[in-house]
Design a protein around this ligand. Structure first.
Ligand code: HEC
Length: 145
């Protein structure tokens, strides 16, 4: 009986060791190259940013925050990026559009829940959030917490 217990102990400790060494460091998320040539067929109109803000407040703000600063998430190793970082801003609109469509890990993809127009509106919105607060065009912009 004691042998069975020590065997179990070894297995349990072993599994613990495997899962702790398996902890992933987040890989950079790179959109496929072809997304750089995607063309936004919608023009920026006066209501684009306010409309996108409504969707963002419903679906995105809980992880990304009012100013796109990103919150630390529990129960995952994934980090929420800050949209004001240079590497984020350097991406093409198409790459951002693709990432919002597809999602990754805890971030849900929105291709089956949002229209194409809503997805492009969110691209504009996220771009607006990536600017310094005083340069943002959204008339209803909210200071970050
Ligand atoms: C459950 C939390 C969560 C929700 C909800 C969420 N996101 Fe994310 N988002 C993340 C995380 C975490 C990442 C980083 C993903 C990675 O790199 O693996 C991310 C990444 C992104 C990126 C890409 C950043 C990069 O790597 O360039 C964009 C753009 C984005 N989110 C926009 C949105 C939008 C728009 C919505 C709402 C439609 C949304 N997210 C909803 C957690 C979330």
């Amino acid at each position: 009986m004691a042998r069975v217990f020590s065997l179990l102990l070894v297995i349990v400790l072993g599994l613990g060791l495997i899962s702790s060494t398996n902890k992933k460091v987040q890989e950079p998320w790179t959109a496929p190259g072809w997304t750089d040539s995607l063309y936004n067929p919608y023009n920026l109109e006066p209501l684009t940013l306010p409309q996108a803000q409504e969707i963002y407040n419903l679906k995105c703000i809980k992880c990304h925050g009012t100013q796109g600063q990103g919150y630390p998430l529990e129960h995952t190793d994934q980090e929420v990026p800050n949209f004001k970082q240079d590497w984020f801003k350097a991406q093409s609109d198409g790459a951002i559009y693709w990432k919002i469509r597809e999602g990754r890990g805890v971030m849900p993809g929105s291709k089956s829940t949002l229209s194409d127009e809503q997805l492009w509106q969110l691209v504009e919105y996220v771009r607006d959030l990536s600017k310094p607060f005083d340069q943002q065009k959204n008339p209803f912009k909210v200071v970050g917490e």
